[in-house]
Design a binder for this molecule. Structure first.
Ligand code: NJP
Length: 239
């Protein structure tokens, strides 16, 4: 309802569902991804309350520019949803490509820090805001051939707690959300790898991305204001 929400990784999957749901709830939505085609199409379908901004979250200047564009267009930034993330290249550590490992850390961990760094001064000035970050069950338990992903998501949980420590008294809520297996493109890649038990799961056992979006909506609503935790889990299996 009149709030401005910036969602990274909004071209498909969880990010797209969140953009559509938040817009339905009356928010202005800023859809961020690297490729322009899908975010422009989705923003066009949503209407005037949506804009598409190309941005690579692993580049700080690009993230700062996206945040500046959001504020210039809608006058505020009330909610940041750090959702962009990847698990490829899936590989056992001993044979992993260091450049591929770096890439996952750059997007999943540094990209989240960059979003927080760009958004927090605006939220502090406004006297509040919500920083919601998609983490993973993989932050809590090791998954074969996902060392980069598990390490990045564990880091994201600690980043969230640090923001909470620094900024809760300023009205800024930082909460992580750890879904289980969600029916998105990312799961297609995991299945194609065929390496660990997650890749054997049946599609019908996956969480619809719309459920994750509904949880995100709750996380920046008034009911979450009094909630003391830092992480919500939607995990449906043992990772
Ligand atoms: O993934 P997918 P999900 N800069 O592949 C974008 C976490 N999660 O929705 O840039 C900016 O459908 C990419 O767009 P593009 C997961 O770790 C998932 O499943 O154009 N954007 C696309 O919009 C992740 O954090 C599951 O390629 C970048 C989006 O990210 C989040 O959920 C389970 C980018 C990825 O869409 C969303 O994943 C779990 C960059 N550098 C946690 N790189 C699950 N699916 O089961 C990628 O526990 N994107």
């Amino acid at each position: 309802n009149g709030k401005t929400v910036l969602i990274t990784g909004a071209s498909r999957g969880i990010g797209e569902s969140a953009a559509r749901l938040f817009a339905e709830a009356g928010a202005n939505v800023v859809l961020v991804a690297r490729s322009r085609g899908d975010i422009e199409r989705i923003a066009g379908e949503i209407g005037d309350q949506a804009i598409a901004v190309t941005c690579d979250v692993s580049d700080y200047d690009s993230v700062q520019a996206a945040v500046d564009t959001a504020v210039a267009k809608f006058g505020s930034l009330d909610v940041l949803i750090n959702n962009a993330g990847l698990v490829e290249p899936i590989s056992h550590l001993a044979t992993s490509d260091p450049a591929g490992w770096d890439k996952v850390i750059d997007v999943n961990l540094k990209g989240v820090y960059y979003g927080m760094r760009a958004a927090m001064p605006i939220m502090q000035k406004a006297g509040g805001g919500s920083i919601l970050t998609i983490s993973s069950g993989a932050a809590h338990g090791p998954v074969e051939a996902w060392s980069h992903y598990c390490a990045s998501k564990a880091g994201v949980n600690m980043l969230t707690r640090c923001v909470d420590t620094e900024a809760r008294h300023q009205g800024i809520r930082a909460i992580g959300l750890s879904p289980g297996t969600v029916a998105t493109e990312m799961q297609r890649e995991i299945k194609a790898s065929g390496i660990n038990p997650v890749s054997q799961m049946d599609w019908s056992d996956h969480i619809p991305p719309e459920w994750v979006a509904r949880c995100l909506l709750w996380m920046c609503g008034p009911e979450a204001d009094d909630w003391v935790g830092n992480e919500i889990s939607l995990r449906d299996e043992d990772i």
